[in-house]
Each structure stands twice: as C-alpha cells, then as structure tokens.
Design a protein around this ligand. Sequence first.
Ligand code: HEC
Length: 95
Amino acid sequence: MAQRKRLPMLGAVLLLAALILTPLGCTSKERSPEAHLLEVGCGVCHSTETPLSKRKTLEGWRRTVNAMRARGARISDEEAEKIVNYLYRIRPKDN
Ligand code: HEC
C-alpha cells in the first residue's frame, strides 16, 4: 500500500526537476548561437534588454553596433554582422 502511494510523488519530483532544468538546455531558444553572441558581446556594459527593447532598420542596427564597437564592444567584423542580422530579424523596423 505504502509503496503504491510513493509513485505519484516520484512523478511530481521528476516533473519539477524537468521544469527547473529545461531553461538550461542548449536546445532552448535563448541559447541560439546569435543569442549567446549578443549576451557576451552586448550584455557586458548594459543588459541585452537595451537592444532587445528597441526596433531598428538593418542600417539602424548596423549604425548602433558600429557605435558600440567604437565604445569598446569587443567583437569581430564577422560577429558584428551576425549580431546586426540577428537583431534585425527579431527586432525589425520598416523605415
Ligand atoms: C563598451 C560598453 C558597451 C558595449 C560592449 C555595448 N554597448 Fe550598447 N551602449 C553602451 C553605452 C555607454 C550606451 C549609452 C547608455 C545607455 O543607453 O545605457 C549604450 C546604449 C545602447 C543602446 C541604446 C541607444 C541606441 O543607440 O539605441 C543600444 C540599442 C545598444 N547600446 C546596443 C548594443 C549592442 C547591440 C551591443 C553589442 C554589439 C552593445 N550595445 C554593446 C555601451 C556598450
């Protein structure tokens, strides 16, 4: 009897563990290579919310990223271009 009662409890514990561990998984959206790049390249002086709360044109994002590089963002040309395209993809503005 007592044995049978413990099973649902185990299920609940496993479910809870899965819920807690899921955001750390590499397959989650937040951990895409571009999101990671944004975090390490753009999240050091201000939070990534600073760019993620804005919308810009492709040129606008390019200008912003160049301005941040002038301020000291340590990213390569290639990384800058990836970040520009990523930001335009998720935070676009038409004109
Ligand atoms: C060396 C420090 C530093 C790094 C690295 C950095 N920024 Fe900034 N950023 C600043 C400062 C300083 C400001 C102006 C103050 C503020 O708004 O917090 C700013 C402001 C901004 C703004 C708001 C103003 C605007 O132009 O719309 C955006 C968007 C932005 N940064 C995006 C980025 C992106 C994207 C990256 C990565 C490529 C980045 N930042 C990396 C220092 C930095």
